[in-house]
Ligand binder design. Structure first.
Ligand code: HEM
Length: 306
């Protein structure tokens, strides 16, 4: 399949499942925006020469989202939630994207397309073909940790009480060109908290977004950025791979979210968060999902501008 066709089909498959909504993201359509400050630790500066890790406070744009492409999705739904962080300074940007699942569903964009096309509801029944979907998971057991991380967990109590993970490894390069491979995670200072499905449903369609607004009226919401260091032999290019829980975690910084923002997008202006947009001192792996993301996101972004 030609590259262009693959990315057009990925967005078309998202639209077929969730509807096509003018100006909205094809996935992660429902979001809340906030302003934050990021301050790196000396341990981050020791690992990477990238500007945002040198310790000076960096102004940051944050967007919390529901993974669905439906802008009216109920916040109680058992699906992923995302955080997108744009570290922006005079002369550069670095984006960090993470979700509530430690791993991704597939190893390649082609397999992700297959899955998205299989989960599309059949117009006759309104349901996906469960038999074919079951066969896909039978052939792809690597998808199961990601499915379990979403479906087997109760709904979030708050966007501020869950850990967000990046399933990709990035290389953190220091001044002497030494590279340390690691995965990001954002750990909430408020601790982890989930609630029962019934309670989440009763809290209302937008309860997570309302909770975030309320917390930010009362004070700030803080996450610790940690780097889970790869050990020899950990797969660096496979976002479905679970790394052993005992891998070293380095505290790399503090993200202090201070204020809710009204949606900064409108007219000719949109924001695009792209995990391959990184400063010198952060290296991309050849992970096919990581490499595919900017191409899929730009198809979605052009449609948002159309
Ligand atoms: C090939 C695999 C993937 C595809 C096709 C895909 C597709 C998309 C699309 C179309 C958007 C909306 C982009 C826009 O309009 O700006 C999006 C947003 C997002 N994706 Fe992915 N995605 C993939 C993998 C991942 C992975 C592995 C993660 C895990 C960190 C992730 C996390 C997010 C987040 C957090 C957002 C919201 C960004 C925002 O708030 O603007 N995605 N994705």
């Amino acid at each position: 399949m030609e590259d262009e066709e693959l990315y057009e089909r990925l967005i078309a498959a998202a639209n077929a499942s969730f509807g096509s909504h003018p100006r909205r993201r094809a996935l992660h359509a429902k979001g809340s925006w906030a302003r934050a400050n990021f301050t790196a630790t000396p341990a981050a500066a020791a690992l990477s020469r990238a500007h945002p890790f040198q310790g000076a406070p960096i102004e940051t744009l944050v967007r919390f989202s529901n993974a669905s492409g439906d802008p009216d999705a109920h916040d109680a739904e058992r699906e992923g939630r995302g955080i997108a962080v744009k570290l922006r300074w005079d002369g550069g940007e670095t984006d960090i994207l993470a979700t509530t699942s430690p791993t991704f569903l597939t190893r390649t964009p082609e397999e992700f397309l297959e899955l998205m096309e299989l989960r599309r509801p059949d117009p006759a029944t309104g349901e996906p073909d469960m038999e074919r979907l079951g066969a896909f998971f039978g052939e792809h057991p690597e998808a199961l940790p990601a499915i379990q991380a979403v479906l087997m967990k109760e709904p979030l109590a708050s966007f501020a009480t869950v850990t967000y993970f990046s399933p990709h490894a990035f290389g953190f390069v220091d001044a002497a060109e030494r590279t340390t491979w690691a995965r990001y995670r954002l750990v909430p200072s408020a601790g982890e908290q989930r609630i029962a499905d019934d309670e989440a449903k009763a809290r209302g369609t937008d309860y997570l977004h309302a909770d975030l607004a309320e917390r930010l009226r009362a004070g700030s919401v803080v996450f610790e950025l940690r780097l889970q260091l790869a050990a020899d032999g950990d797969p660096l290019e496979d976002p479905t791979a679970v790394w052993p829980a005992d891998r070293e975690l380095v505290v790399a910084g503090r993200l202090e979210i201070g204020e809710l923002l009204t949606d900064p997008e409108g007219g000719e202006h949109i924001e695009v968060f792209d995990p391959t947009r990184v400063d010198d001192g952060i290296e991309l792996s050849a992970d096919p999902i990581l490499q595919a993301r900017p191409k899929a996101y730009s198809v979605s972004a052009y449609k948002r501008l159309a």
